[in-house]
Design a binder for this molecule. Sequence first.
Ligand SMILES: *Cc1c(COP(=O)(O)O)cnc(C)c1O
Length: 517
Amino acid sequence: MHITMKQVTYTDSRGLDTSRPTFSEVVVRGIAPGGGLYVPESLPSFALPEILELAEWPYWRRAAAVFSRFGVDFCAEHVDALMQSAYGAQWDDERIAPVVEVVAGIHVLELWHGPTSAFKDMALQCMPLFFSAAVDKMQASGELADDYLVLVATSGDTGKAALEGFADRDHTSIVVFYPAGGVSDIQRLQMVTQRGGNVGVFGVLGNFDDCQNAVKAAFNDQAFNAELHGERHLKLSSANSINWGRLLPQIAYYVSAYADMVAEGGVKPGSPMDVCVPTGNFGNILGAYYAKRIGVPIGRLLCASNENNVLADFISTGTYDISSRVFVTTPSPSMDILISSNLERLLYELAGAEAVRGWMASLAAERRFTVDRETFAAVRELLTADWVTNDESLATIGRVYAERGYLMDPHTAVAWEVAERLRGEDPVLVVSTAHWAKFGTDVFKALTQTAYDAPLPKGADSLSGLELLDEVRRIAPNAGSVPTPLAEIAVLPERFGEVADAGREGIEAAVRGWLER
Ligand SMILES: *Cc1c(COP(=O)(O)O)cnc(C)c1O
């Protein structure tokens, strides 16, 4: 029997798209025409017993329950099948997103058991399957004749997670651009050893900004789009973190985590837990916000920033201001951001599309905006924020390991430190976004009390990325093993060594060359 739930249609945060697309349409489109972000027109709700029941189910079934409740336009059997392959044997813990109690009252939600050892896998093991299924469905109905080429500019984590998610998926191919010399040794190896017949990887002669601007320019180049469409029946897509298809899986793990917290005795059924999230683009913490809206007993949303603390400032002042902000380098590079794109969705939920249009226009023109008093009060009601310096985050790694034998990566450490500062009566769920081995150099500095800006201590300064991981395990015996896909990258063949020129022409030439391969 095919049970089809009520389909939910979407609107956008700036109120400019009135076409009322379905889930599969918004996944394929990514951003709305006019620049807004897609949001569901109505939100579902879960009753407490329905949430608690999830604790008895495998993770894939929990995620399927959340997707179906959100009215995705696929039948329940199809959602189940996609979820079983998204959250299957490629994860190194069958619980997928386990909750671990590290100190009484502080629990860690580990989101890095996937194939690339970072939380991006939670969304990117799932979303490409729905993307591919959505294209399939549109082609079958005659709505669409093309396949998709996904272009990604990455500063490290996203590129690998997207490659792994899209590798060998039907109707899609993916080309990733990273700044040559601007990613860690391990991050580069993770990308250039990627398997799959539909993937390409290029270093770009420039920094991450150059990469991103060049990829954006290629997207906006009408002639290039027409050429791909005319000669190859390809459309471009970006699959970036503002895609609703990446957000929905991030709601699912908060619902799942609350069920686990109750089952493990960390919180009484129905009592609130606070959630503390290391935040960059506001995507992960937005998942927690929506989970709260649909009925998960979440108390405060604790927003943890690194030295790029524009969000912490916004939450304490009501003004988002990047007009004179400088971008800082930190040991938590995946949170190094100035424009926190997904904040727009929260502002939409609190103040509506008209207000968002004004604020986004002001952000584009003056690099700042200030929300009205009522919206600011609503922000303060929901969110509490703090931020952590580079050296504080490394000190936290060292201290928590020394006291508890639990080794964290620098992103998680930002959240841990903020959780300790801001915690109240309720238990806190600290969201852990990467395995420590992804950021071995800074973890090694943390364990040897080396300052973030200082070089590695003598003896360690000549070690390669992987050798340094062995060194970490030697000085931190409780660290656990290095995830197999990371440990094995040194022996995999490097498939991609090509370098592209920065700028639109460089990116386009690289894509053309790759398509001719
Ligand atoms: C992407 C990322 C983050 C930031 O997540 P947002 O959704 O952008 O807030 C934090 N930690 C790690 C390890 C990441 O890869």
